[in-house]
Unconditional design. Structure first.
Length: 368
């Protein structure tokens, strides 16, 4: 969360730093960020002043799927964060596990870097605290909020030196992945672009599951992170229509994006219709969530392919030409399933390769 001007873990007292101390605060902040958080050949963004503080801004055009940053957490815990928030706001303490982790597991340099992050509870506590910084900047240890009941806190969280500095949007253009694809690092996370991002655009991630009505999103963000969201989705006209679309998306997501069989055993035509509807609603809401897209495209690939198989075998009497058209549709959806699934798990993951082999098969049958 980027409300605090501090960015570098260390602030060297060199001639340039001394010169910056004589500049206006805004100039000094921007210059320090260019030095400590600027773009490199492998890092296509820099930390710069944005409308409401500081943010990560693209320094070149970025393509969907690019990994922008990969990092190990500064500090992580599986503690009940809801209980931590209650204790923070009431002043009642039942232990101080976060402070113990901070003091025992972080180096002095890491502690300094950690305490430069913002603390939205500081005004209540009078000064920054380890607990306040953690509650303000943590990102959930779970992959998503899909299977978490309303009002239930995700299990634990992690704070990162740089990933925690990306701002939130309910129509984000990048995603936080709990485990970096193909990474061997324990707890190593990353930020990846989930759509094309033009140079000069702020890069935002989503702190919560975005497929909720505006009121629920704003309340959750205020409760968990202490700010009132004013992103484009929360300030757009026709909010009631946006809420309707997201409510419908939530229903479709719960039906098709869980690790369970689709309830009710619907016909292939219904599955295809509803998954295409979900993709249309996502586009209307400017939402790009590869985790959900993966499920919808897989369903489309399987069901277009199943109809094509039935046509080709004569179970459905509509001719071989119709079967080829359905195989072509299955292949098109299959390649999108490969891309969106590989987004989170990485190329070479066994299930990604299964989807790829099926897409190749459907491509071949479409041209027969």
């Amino acid at each position: 969360v980027l409300l605090d001007p501090g960015h570098a873990c260390k602030r060297a007292q060199d001639p340039v730093e001394l010169a910056l101390s004589r500049c206006s605060p805004s100039v000094a902040i921007a210059a320090r960020l260019c030095r400590a958080g600027g773009a490199t050949a492998s890092r296509p963004f820099s930390i710069e002043p944005v409308q409401n503080g500081l943010g990560a801004v693209a320094t070149r055009d970025i393509r969907r799927g690019e990994t922008l940053l990969e990092e190990d957490p500064l500090m992580t815990t599986s503690t009940n964060l809801m209980q931590e928030r209650i204790e923070m706001t009431t002043g009642i303490r039942h232990g101080d596990d976060l402070k113990d982790i901070f003091e025992q597991e972080l180096t002095p340099e890491q502690q300094s870097c950690y305490m430069e992050l913002d603390d939205c509870y500081a005004s209540k506590a009078g000064e920054k605290t380890v607990r306040g910084v953690f509650l303000t900047n943590n990102l959930a240890n779970s992959a998503d909020d899909v299977n978490i009941a309303p009002g239930v806190e995700p299990p634990g969280g992690s704070v990162f030196a740089e990933i925690s500095r990306f701002n939130h949007s309910c129509a984000f253009n990048a995603v936080f992945l709990v485990k970096a694809p193909r990474s061997t690092g324990i707890g190593r996370a990353c930020v990846r672009a989930c759509r094309d991002i033009p140079a000069g655009k702020e890069i935002c991630i989503g702190y919560i599951d975005p497929i909720q009505p505006r009121k629920a999103r704003k309340e959750l963000l205020r409760e968990r992170y202490g700010f009132d969201c004013h992103c484009s989705s929360c300030t757009a006209p026709n909010l009631s229509e946006s809420d309707r679309r997201r409510e419908r998306l939530k229903t479709l997501m719960q039906k098709y994006c869980g690790n369970h069989d689709v309830p009710g055993d619907p016909e292939a035509a219904q599955i295809i219709k509803e998954c295409l509807e979900a993709l249309e609603l996502s586009a209307a809401e400017d939402l790009h969530v590869p985790l959900y897209e993966s499920h919808w495209y897989q369903q489309l690939q399987m069901n277009f392919g199943g109809i094509a198989d039935a046509l080709a075998s004569g179970q459905i009497k509509q001719g071989s030409g119709r079967a080829q058209a359905r195989y072509a549709q299955a292949a098109a959806m299959g390649w999108k399933a490969v891309e969106s699934t590989a987004f989170g798990f990485g190329e070479g993951w066994p299930f990604v390769e299964e989807l790829r082999a099926l897409a190749v098969k459907h491509d071949r049958l479409a041209k027969r």
